[in-house]
Each structure stands twice: as structure tokens, then as C-alpha cells.
Design a protein. Structure first.
Length: 202
């Protein structure tokens, strides 16, 4: 009986800590990106849990897209950071193309790191992500955020999860305000291969 009670208390503490982590992440998101909608909070969370939005089978196509993105954007138009952790746990990192534009890392390094991260064999199932999101949105609901289109976004997210999908785009408001241009990199790859280069003198 005592063991069961201790286990129950430990479970409650875990849930409370998780709720605190969610609230901390959401508060940081809204402080850094006040134009965010629920779609943008969701996107950061699924990137953290699932990684990149799809497997990469065509390297050349991905390279062409990155080339075009690099050519189309000036440094002054990009967000001021080189990287930021995704979501609640930071299992993946958003690496800005600014790092390439400022010659901190090579385009090939970013491309290779992105492809390896996207093709990781540890990608969780959509079902497990759906369960995780239900826990996250339960905490967000309790925060009573005043976000534009909140209920509409919530229903849209539920609709894609219901059919076994999970990936979405940033909201139009977020794209217009922040012009996000980054690649999703698994944290271990980022820490070993990219982060050491970002703050060295070149």
C-alpha cells in the first residue's frame, strides 16, 4: 500500500513538472514571438518531438531549395540568432540559415546535418505524438492565453492528427513578422558538429 502511494505521488510530481515545463516554454515563445498563434506553438512542439517534417530521399532537391532560400534572403531580414531549441525538451534545434550567410558554417554542413536528422531511425509514431500533444494542449488551455484564432487552430490541429498527420506550416502572421528560415537539426549532431563553429573567430 505504501509503495503504491509513493508511486502515485511520484506520478503526480512528474505531471506537475511537465505542466511547469509546458508553461515555461509557452511563456518564452510568446515573449520572443508575440505574433505567434497556437499553430506556431504546436509547430515548435512537434519539431521537438518528431524532428523534421519528412524523410529526405532526394538530396539534390533539398540542396536546390536551400540554395534558393540563401539567395533570396538578406542577413538583415533574418532573425538575429544562429540557433534556438525547439519546443519543451529541446531534442531538436532550429539552425538559422544566418549561420551560413555569415560563414559560420558551410552550406554542405547544414545540409548534411539536416538530412541525417530528418532520416533518423528514432522518429516516434504519430500516435505517440498525438498523446503528447493532448497533454500539452490541456496545459495550454488552462493558461487561458488570448491568442488570435485559438479555437480554429485547435480544431485544425485535431483534424490533422485524427487522420494520422502531424506537420503544419507557421501561421501567416508568424511568417510575416519573423520570416523564419532555418533547418531542424537533432541536438546531438548540433552539439558535436555545428555549435562549436558558431562562436569561433573565422
Amino acid at each position: 500500500m505504501k509503495k503504491t502511494f509513493v508511486t502515485f505521488i511520484a506520478l503526480l510530481m512528474t505531471i506537475a513538472a511537465t505542466a511547469q515545463d509546458i508553461e515555461r516554454f509557452v511563456s518564452r515563445q510568446m515573449q520572443d514571438y508575440p505574433k505567434s498563434r497556437l499553430l506556431d506553438i504546436y509547430k515548435s512542439c512537434f519539431q521537438d518531438y518528431m524532428g523534421a517534417e519528412h524523410l529526405v530521399s532526394d538530396r539534390q532537391r533539398v540542396k536546390v531549395y536551400l540554395d534558393e532560400e540563401l539567395q533570396a534572403n538578406n542577413i538583415d531580414d533574418l532573425l538575429p540568432w544562429y540557433y534556438e531549441p525547439c519546443g519543451i525538451d529541446g531534442q531538436y534545434v532550429r539552425v538559422s540559415i544566418r549561420a551560413v550567410k555569415e560563414n559560420k558554417i558551410s552550406e554542405d554542413l547544414l545540409l548534411d546535418a539536416f538530412i541525417r536528422s530528418a532520416n533518423s531511425d528514432k522518429r516516434p509514431s504519430v500516435e505517440s505524438w498525438r498523446d503528447r500533444w493532448h497533454m500539452i494542449i490541456g496545459t495550454i488551455d488552462q493558461m487561458q492565453l488570448i491568442l488570435p484564432h485559438y479555437q480554429q487552430d485547435r480544431e485544425y490541429i485535431d483534424s490533422i492528427l485524427t487522420v494520422g498527420k502531424y506537420a503544419i506550416s507557421h501561421s501567416p502572421e508568424y511568417r510575416e513578422a519573423y520570416r523564419p528560415h532555418y533547418r531542424i537539426i537533432e541536438r546531438g549532431i548540433f552539439e558535436r558538429e555545428i555549435k562549436p563553429l558558431l562562436f569561433t573567430n573565422q
